[in-house]
Design a binder for this molecule. Sequence first.
Ligand SMILES: Cc1cc2nc3c(=O)[nH]c(=O)nc-3n(C[C@H](O)[C@H](O)[C@H](O)COP(=O)(O)O)c2cc1C
Length: 366
Amino acid sequence: MDLSITVNGIRFPNPFLLGSGPPGTNARVIAKSYDAGWGGAVAKTISLESSKVVNVVPRYGKLRSRSNGEVIGFENIELISDRPIEVWLEEFRQIKKDYPNNVLIASIMEEYDKGRWQELTRVVQDTGVDAFELNFSCPHGMTERKMGSEMGEHPDLAEEVTGWVTEVAKIPVWAKMTPNITNIKEPAAAAVRGGAHGISAINTILSVIGVNLDTLRPMPTVEGYSVPGGYSSQAVKPIALRMVSQLALSLPKETSISGIGGIETAHDAIEFMLLGASTVQICTGVMLKGVKMVDELREGLAKFMADKGFNSVQEIVGKSLPYFSTHMDLVSRMKEAKRHKAGEASRDNEWAQKDITEKTAELTSD
Ligand SMILES: Cc1cc2nc3c(=O)[nH]c(=O)nc-3n(C[C@H](O)[C@H](O)[C@H](O)COP(=O)(O)O)c2cc1C
């Protein structure tokens, strides 16, 4: 089964991409994912000065199912990559040389400064990466330097910064949205006005994973203290699906959507596609299950296509969108269905009555 899809002129061997984060933290793990069968990867977010990025330990927290202990929610207070830009540029070159047919997307983030954004865009573009993803969405840490979701939460900034990048970019540009906003359509539309070719959604949801009842400290606890972090994994999928569907229904047709948030199985991924995503990204799922999970994703998608008679991945994209409506419309559809059923019932009654009358007439005729 051919699982390829062409998005913004780029051919993806399949729609499954590593989401930006630990799964794409260096060239070695990205190469491993391509070998395992992933169509592409969004590398861990990079900036010009890695020395300003200092991570803490511990930086992860898990929410487990009460019934079987499975991880259903995941919080992180991890920052963007702390590896030097020169190392990344060399690795991007090497990956593209070794894997010309797999898609490599560079995730970039900078301070509110045109010169810095354009310099980062230029040097990364020169390595031959296929596209950019602008990180307007990391909800913690980087925001203290007015980076990440500070831009996704302010549509005017999202538009301006996207414009700086698209002014110098010769490859497609996706803007990654934060869900920590009332109306995700606004910053997404602003990024499109700034020239973005695609929208990625969602990044993590601001959260506090829990409080330690022995120490009374919120978690994850670093030397006794904590900060709210980003929530991901299975638990966020319904919110991500809602936001992806809102984007698909509101953005211009030619704007592509990359769906992210709680995807772990082919079933999850197909749901995002049916609601308008032409590619999907997986971050926490890969951290928990490993890159080999792509086998189930590919097999599950191929089986779904064969079972439902889809000839290409593109045909699936947005297929369920026409079935969103308004509450008033649902009410009138329900009333109509009731009337229809009542009509059928009274017709059945008439027939039954007619039957009895005819049978009685037969019996009494002699
Ligand atoms: C530990 C961790 C680190 C992350 N780092 C980044 C990052 O550097 N850049 C980025 O755009 N998103 C980052 N994310 C967000 C993910 O790419 C993704 O948008 C989010 O986790 C929801 O998808 P998931 O449920 O598949 O993880 C990170 C997520 C996690 C869990």
